[in-house]
Design a protein around this ligand. Sequence first.
Ligand code: ADP
Ligand code: MG
Length: 852
Amino acid sequence: MSISIGKLHQALTVEARHRYPNIQGQTARFADFVCEQLAILRLTLAPNPSIRAKLSQLSDGFAEYEALTPPERATLVDGMLSMLPYLSGPRAEMGMTAPMGVLSPADSARMAEQARTAQLARETPAPYAKQPTAPKQSTAPKPKVPKVDGKGLDQAVQFVKGVGPRMAETLAKLGILTVRDLLHHFPRKHLYYDNRTLIRDLKAGDEVSIWGAIRKVEAFNPPRKPNMCIMSVTVSDGTGSVTARWFQGKANRFQMDQFKKRYPVGWRVLMSGVVRFDEFQGRKFFDRPEAEVLGESGEEESDSLHLGRIVPVYPLTEGLHLKGLRNAIHAALEAFGALITDPLPQAFLKRNQLMGRREAIQAYHFPTSREDEKRAKQRLVFDEFFWLQLGLAYRRAQMRKNSESIAIPAKGELTEKLLDVLPFKLTGAQARVFDEIRRDLAASEPMNRLVQGDVGSGKTVVALLSLLVAVENGYQGALMAPTEILAEQHYKKFVEWLTPLGIPCALLLGKQGKRERNQYLKAIAAGYTPIAVGTHALIQEGVEFQNLGLVVIDEQHRFGVKQRAELRSKGRHPEVLTMTATPIPRTLALSMHGDLDVSVIDELPPGRKPIQTSWVTGKGRKGAWELVRRELGIGRQAYIVFPLIDKSEELENVRAATEEAEILQHKVFPEYRVGLLHGQMPADEKEAMIEAFRKHELDILVATTVIEVGVDVPNASVMVIENAERFGLSQLHQLRGRVGRGADQSYCILVTSSTSETTKQRMEVMVATNDGFVIAEQDLKLRGPGEFLGTRQSGLPDFVLADLTEDTHALEEARKAAFELMTADPDLAQHPQVKAELYRHFQSNLGFLGIG
Ligand code: ADP
Ligand code: MG
């Protein structure tokens, strides 16, 4: 199979012309064909990393094409079309090579042109003159009549004055390929060089900036404090001189040389920071200022962008210099700024008190005042949230419109019976959430609900009640869990609770023998078992339901979109209910699942005592063992958790379960029975181990994080977590949730080998609260969204300027505005510009398409 850009282009345009049916070609369906082509492209073309990244995004999108709505498909097809020019001849100067012997240069040039025109057609703005946002106070260059040759913001960044082939190549490393990309490369921060002071006038306590020539640079480890390095730069501006000082831990020769190289004597430098008085030396100095080296003397003329004003500082990459980038962005604004349009209507901006988009982009790059910068940022942050929320609102509206759904009104026959046989009464929160689910099920619109509930809040019984509503209506129900341990746990509970009702239940696991599996499969296909529990095995080939009406997905974040879609496809239009025990702060939840309804089980079953948590360092381990011994002495059981399975050489200070289990058994607790559980054990051994612990044939279970979900042994009352600093807070909380499942007091002891400030802060959060939501908020604050979520595939779109921990209010506002707009104009028929922008936005946020 060979690659043909020509065929690809043809396929894309044909698909678009037919309005995205995933058209059947001669040999394959459209999406499969594109996927195949993309796979080959990625292998053979090996273009630069940012193109490769875009291709890989696209191919993720096409892999799920079948599951997408038509507008989402349109976005993908557009996205692919706009990439074609990069995949062939015309831009070879950017370090990309054309696939040999596939396409003549003339061909590819023509196609590149077509793709660009297609793009242009979508984005050609209304006449610029009519734009009411002529920047008044922004110092950004007044847009001249654009000198562009009709190719808009999507032409190669090389068309910007001052951007040569080499710089274009470097910019490509940052994913900046077009003029638009460059204009959207926003400052990481600003330096306030607008408050320039002459050195002669410096006063201690002032926060000011100065500029002048570098006179002297020093870096040394002072003899009396050898563990410290002092670095200093002395600057003079003709009115006096002042020394700037920084400190860091001990530095080696190389680091000191690096520092000196950064500040060449004789060059001009800008510094901004606080002036202090050194009592000891009787002199003023600059305390750790921001500094920026401008260049050699004699270039003052070109400094005007970089001096005496608020100056943007950009994310850079190797080989890209701040000054050059600043000049390029300024030139881009000057030549192309007028092409920036605002898809949001004037009235809307006014209502939401927002700056125009062009004005905001210009002002955020080169603000005239701090107020200007603030307002500009406000608009840009609004946009980051708004388009996402609008996308979510749009998708939700489309889904409501397009999907059929079965109505499953609760009858109460089975659910009432279950409530009778349960050994407990539902908590208020459980009852409320079940009620919400029942209402969704009865409605003719598809359910789209996520149940969040802290560990131990009792989600399982809510899942079962929901499944029984389906069964009452003659449908089957399925519950999918991410691990075998968890699936078996659910299955056991279900069997226990369903047996009195006379309802059979099936279990499907990957590790099952053929005979067992076949029996279950037959029973499911014949409709004999109304309820099935399982892992991924539920969605494999050969699993046929007779009449699947409801799918519950436990710990939904552990599944990919594809797997969820596959389970859904096992029925005609089954309802889907998702559950998670990992509380997500509201900002994240809105960003990731903004199109879901969320129910929260915010109450624990009665009689639970909050787990008492304490934090010790290695020295306190003895105390921990005493507590464990005391609990074991009164007949309870304990978990001891380690971050690693086996000792690793790189991680000297990290304890490993396998090794420590031996020590614990033989040296620490010889009189008790110690078992070992970790993820790499064969499934049957794992199961046997958990079973033994459950039956109290073991007193202590040494484990890794495999026990994080699913293990439910109420008699276990104490958990020790070693190297607790290595776990995320939410993960610690999940782990800790394995104890405190009975009515008696439980304990958790966190042992850390680090005593750093961060560790201290994090452990104190764990000690202070048992509330998963509070912990999640803190975790997000301390680690940031990327690390908090742990994976890129989490589907969280990139926020450049918005801060999910700070900008909660902005997010709520943007969400409100988006949903209001969508309610008023569900198809965006009256807002064609908004619609076009929305599609474009989706295109660069393909990951986002996959959520939900
Ligand atoms: P999770 O939300 O973590 O999945 P589970 O569903 O496993 O929680 O419930 C934790 C434990 O609490 C189980 O042993 C379950 O039987 C019990 N439980 C659930 N609901 C109640 C209730 N309303 N009253 C008392 N115990 C309950
Ligand atoms: Mg659960």
